[in-house]
Ligand binder design. Structure first.
Ligand SMILES: NC(=O)c1ccc[n+]([C@@H]2O[C@H](COP(=O)([O-])OP(=O)(O)OC[C@H]3O[C@@H](n4cnc5c(N)ncnc54)[C@H](O)[C@@H]3O)[C@@H](O)[C@H]2O)c1
Length: 334
């Protein structure tokens, strides 16, 4: 059994907790949040203890997996402390807000010999997996171009999302999902360029980026500027030599898990009608959690999201932000 300590009983912490609750080999032992009320509520849902102090997790010898679902600026310190305490670590995306912080986390993971996994949940999202599988099957030939989008309003459930210093803006918080997916599909990007809208508080909250891969041109749009009741919208389209792959998702409400979603994943080859892709029925967060738990339980390093991939996602996102600031093309160095 994998014993888990969760930091953060907010939106992401609650999603993760549900995944652990439904997993036979996982047991949440402790939920920690600075808000006693939230810690207590989530602990009640998963049948764990709760606390407002971090040592209840770091110093608990029975806990072998620490799950960090804290606001992004806390990721580095909590991860470094968890590794120093000899725990495996799961962190929500983005890994960190700077490459220096990302590198510090990776170094702490290396020094401890424990696993580091980042919650890039699209890598567990059934429709993205169906698109990827079709692409990798080679049936549609080589990919030539791709576009992705992620449109939302600012999350209403927590105040810290209003501060771009804490979230990294739409690029680090939202677009990083698509950036990571494109990197997963097409490899290491060579350069990026971007235009966007910068708000008075310094946040780039509506951004269109071009990402250039060795043989694929990609475009990504991410926005936090949608009206409050605009349904959360995301998707990807990949143009290949022999056809097009598409996934479009429109939630039934402002947040991605709200209401009855309108969604399709399909493939179009010339001369043939649209073909729906075969999509597994699964909750992406539960699949992600189940994967992490299995890796820790079996002692197998996670491969679906490697620390290097999570670092590359941060590096690519930071390059997009640099391009927004400078108006220049920014290359992605090794
Ligand atoms: N993968 C996804 O789709 C997804 C969705 C939402 C959020 N996230 C990520 O998850 C992380 C958390 O976001 P969220 O939406 O859950 O935020 P949230 O505000 O809903 O939850 C964060 C919780 O942490 C608590 N907290 C703050 N500082 C603390 C501290 N020092 N010690 C203990 N508790 C503390 C807060 O009280 C709050 O309950 C962010 O990095 C975010 O980018 C990912």
């Amino acid at each position: 059994v994998v014993n888990i300590g969760i930091f953060g009983a907010g939106f992401a912490g609650s999603q993760h907790a549900r995944g652990y609750r439904n997993h036979p080999e996982a047991k949440v032992v402790m939920v920690v949040d600075v808000s006693a009320e939230r810690a207590q509520k989530l602990a009640g849902e998963v049948g764990s203890e709760w606390s407002t102090g971090p040592d209840q997790i770091f110093q608990n010898p029975t806990i072998n997996l620490v799950d960090i679902c804290l606001p992004t600026p806390y990721h580095r310190d909590y991860a470094v402390r968890a590794f120093a305490a000899g725990k495996h670590v799961v962190i929500e995306k983005p890994l960190a807000l700077t490459l220096a912080d990302a590198d510090e986390i990776l170094a702490a993971a290396n020094a401890s010999g424990k696993f580091l996994m980042v919650g890039h949940v699209l890598r567990f999202w059934p429709e993205y997996l169906a698109v990827r599988q079709k692409l990798l099957s080679g049936e549609l030939g080589r990919p030539l171009a791709a576009s992705a989008l992620r449109l939302s309003n600012l999350p209403q459930w927590a105040e810290w999302f209003r501060d771009p210093q804490k979230t990294g803006g739409a690029v680090l918080d939202l677009m990083i999902h698509d950036v990571d997916m494109l990197n997963w599909l097409f490899g290491r990007p060579e350069w990026v360029s971007a235009v966007g809208i910068k708000e008075a508080n310094g946040g780039w909250n509506h951004v269109s980026a071009q990402i250039h891969y060795d043989s694929v041109q990609a475009a990504v749009e991410a926005s936090f500027l949608m009206p409050r009741d605009f349904p959360f919208t995301a998707g990807i389209r990949i143009v290949c030599e022999g056809g097009v792959l598409e996934y479009q998702f429109r939630a039934g409400g402002a947040s991605f898990e709200a209401g009855q979603a309108d969604s399709y994943a399909q493939c179009h080859a010339p001369g043939k009608p649209f073909q729906r892709l075969e999509v597994e029925t699964a909750d992406a967060f539960e699949s992600e959690i189940a994967y992490f738990v299995k890796c820790v339980d079996k002692g197998v390093p996670p491969e679906t999201v490697t620390p290097q991939a999570a670092r590359l996602a941060v590096q690519t996102a930071l390059a997009v932000r640099e391009s927004l600031e400078t108006g220049q093309i920014v290359s992605i160095s090794e």
